[in-house]
Design a protein around this ligand. Structure first.
Ligand code: HEC
Length: 106
């Protein structure tokens, strides 16, 4: 990894998500349509599906916008993201980010 990338990652990790203003409660409602694949608590319920629980809010927002424009390609997520408004995206990102996850070594 180049030094610039490390610096960028360090900065991103150091900045709190202060500018992100999603409503997690509204996002939880909206995320019912995601549960069949991503699980009701963001732990994936379908194969080949990523866990969303605890993912960084800004990352989720960027991925959903990229699916919506087609910049990130996935036949299912491209269709789903098209049905989401900017507000929906902010809200579901806040909801999935707010879920607490713990990791246990195997
Ligand atoms: C029919 C199953 C299905 C449904 C319903 C679904 N997803 Fe997905 N989602 C997927 C799959 C499969 C991927 C992996 C895409 C890939 O391989 O690039 C994915 C990827 C994502 C990612 C990228 C995660 C990452 O770590 O890069 C986000 C964010 C996401 N989905 C959010 C949502 C949200 C929010 C909803 C509901 C509004 C939703 N998805 C509904 C199947 C689904």
């Amino acid at each position: 990894m180049r030094r610039g990338q490390i610096l960028a990652l360090t900065l991103a990790a150091a900045l709190p998500g202060a500018a992100l203003a999603g409503d997690a409660a509204a996002g939880r409602q909206k995320a019912q349509m995601c549960a069949v694949c991503h699980g009701p608590m963001g732990i994936a319920a379908a194969p080949e599906t990523p866990n969303l629980a605890g993912e960084p809010e800004g990352y989720i927002v960027r991925q959903l916008r990229a699916f919506r424009t087609g910049k990130r390609q996935h036949e299912v997520m491209n269709v789903i993201a098209k049905s989401l408004s900017d507000e929906d995206i902010d809200n579901v990102a806040a909801w999935f980010n707010s879920i607490k996850v713990t990791a246990t070594a195997p």
